[in-house]
Design a protein around this ligand. Structure first.
Ligand code: AVJ
Length: 328
């Protein structure tokens, strides 16, 4: 079957600049609290650094979720049925996907990711591992509605959204995304989704500020990407990585803090920062199981089964598209 030609939903100008990246960076740096959306971490270098994060001793989510998928995907397959189009949102390196596909007898695999280079690499590997499953990659931002390729029109869908990527969104955006997934995937579809659970704050901080400094490099790589792709002259060595807990929102925040008063240019625009001022680069919300289920319900999904680890660190939930019908 192999890999189909990828479908591209990304706009570039004549110089190859990603227009959404430029507009997010320019508007984000013009705000009072400077901020750049976390999805821009994942250029090739950033995606590779994230892969290294997942191996760190302090970063428990990936290995915990992987063990959960390894143990429970057979049950997922039984509950969902065979011949499904598996649609993965933010597939990255697709390392968890085989755990699901080996049990699924899937009709197609549709990975959606914003990092085109990474997407092509991982699609090739997946297609080799599962020669009977057509792989149809889509390069694009899964936060926008995606119309699925015609070749999967006749198949019922299983959405796959592991990694607790949902935690990168503030709740109202997360619920918008769940609703848009409900539309993309359609009636009778299922969604298998991972949530990172609320836990001891010291462990959370350690997971986002590791001793080896890989997360710091991951965060700082965003500045290197801005300089390279958007013609910036940000003095990267005058920034430091900060991970802090925001109790009100139950989330880890990552920031890049200016260690001096600085000025720089991006795409011909000037910006200035005071010493101690930050660029907010990521939120990672941590939920209780009740909060996770409520979010799914608010987004049009009815939880059907859930699995967690013995340490109560991570949660995966299988949900069914809620039927559209009137109810009291
Ligand atoms: C890929 C969004 C799940 O929030 O834990 C890891 C990204 N950031 N270390 C997360 C990340 C810093 C990660 N997700």
């Amino acid at each position: 079957m192999g890999v189909h030609a990828d479908i591209k939903l990304v706009d570039h100008d004549d110089d190859g600049v990603d227009l959404a990246f430029r507009s997010d960076v320019l508007s984000g740096l013009a705000q009072q609290q400077k901020a750049v959306p976390a999805r821009w971490f994942y250029d090739l270098a950033g995606s590779e650094l994230f892969e290294r994060i997942t191996d760190l001793p302090e970063y428990y989510p990936t290995r915990t979720e992987t063990a959960l998928l390894d143990a429970h995907c057979r049950e997922v397959a039984t509950l969902v049925g065979s011949g499904r189009a598996v649609v993965e949102f933010g597939s990255g390196s697709s390392v968890k996907t085989p755990l699901l596909l080996r049990e699924m007898d899937a009709g197609a695999y549709v990975p959606i990711d914003i990092s085109g280079d990474f997407l092509r690499q991982s699609s090739e590997k997946l297609a080799e591992k599962f020669p009977a499953v057509p792989v149809i990659p889509i390069e694009g931002d899964f936060m926008k509605p995606v119309s699925l390729p015609a070749s999967v029109a006749g198949l019922e869908r299983l959405g796959f959204f592991p990694g607790s990527t949902i935690g990168n969104m503030v709740p109202h955006t997360a619920i918008d995304l769940l609703r848009s997934m409900r539309e993309t995937l359609g009636d009778r579809s299922h969604l298998l989704i991972g949530f990172d659970r609320a836990k001891d704050v010291r462990r959370l901080i350690a997971a986002y500020d590791d001793a080896e400094g890989v997360t710091a490099r991951f965060n700082l790589n965003l500045l290197a990407r801005i300089n390279r792709e958007l013609g910036g002259d940000i003095p990267i060595e005058r920034f430091r990585h900060v991970a802090r807990w925001n109790e009100d929102w139950s989330r880890i925040e990552m920031h890049l803090e200016a260690t001096d008063t600085i000025a720089f240019e991006v795409s011909g625009r000037r910006f200035a920062m005071d010493q101690g001022e930050t660029i907010h680069t990521e939120n990672s919300h941590k939920y209780t199981p009740n909060q996770a289920r409520l979010m799914l319900q608010a987004g049009g999904w009815s939880p059907a089964a859930q699995w967690t680890d013995s340490g109560d660190d991570f949660l995966i939930i299988l949900a069914r598209a809620t039927e559209h019908r009137s109810a009291p």
